[in-house]
Design a protein around this ligand. Sequence first.
Ligand code: ADP
Length: 225
Amino acid sequence: MNILSVSDLSKVYQSGSRKLTVLDEVSFDIESGEIISIVGPSGSGKTTLLGLCAGLDSASKGSVSLNGENLQTMNEDQRAAVRNQHVGFIFQNFQLLPTLTALENVMVPLELKKRKDARVKAQELLEKVGLGDRATHYPTQLSGGEQQRVSIARAFANEPKILFADEPTGNLDTETGEMIEKLIFDLNKEQGTTLVLVTHDLDLAAKTQRIIHIKGGKIQEDAHA
Ligand code: ADP
């Protein structure tokens, strides 16, 4: 079964009178449980594509179907509901809420799902990523690697069917990067979560089952290992 179907997807940004076509009729399907990476030069549209697939933004043309639901016909609230239900997202720059502690950041998706055990579950997730003793720390009191691990705990919280990660190991030292890689790959092993990783790290891409190369907003190659 396809967890994600992308069909003739285009994204045009308008800046003043200039139009910039960032994605140009991109199509591909991802099967449930697949591990794929999206690679390509800077500015080729990878982050834009990931955001559209995860329902963070809407396309100019074409469609994205996630778990059988067409995101293109939904409004922002409806897309947010699908995200809360099925999607985990790891941002390149973590995007933790600065006024919340590590624990409270991880609690956000659990509270959206009205989980009564949100606090206990969030603490368990922090322990899973090795940060049980940092629960009361605010993001500014954490290193980059620790912030990324909190963002991973948050992305895991709703037990997503599909996890999108934008340069999850970018800006991190090798040891922290390897730890983060393991956490992400273990989610696939343990829960069968589909993984879609944007990365410029070709070693990381080589560990995935399929690599989609993007250039100038078009798919250049879609290679299965
Ligand atoms: P990548 O992730 O491959 O580096 P992006 O998807 O971030 O590429 O960006 C692709 C292009 O779209 C870049 O030229 C970028 O400047 C442009 N872009 C991204 N977001 C916006 C936006 N919100 N408004 C206008 N242009 C944008």
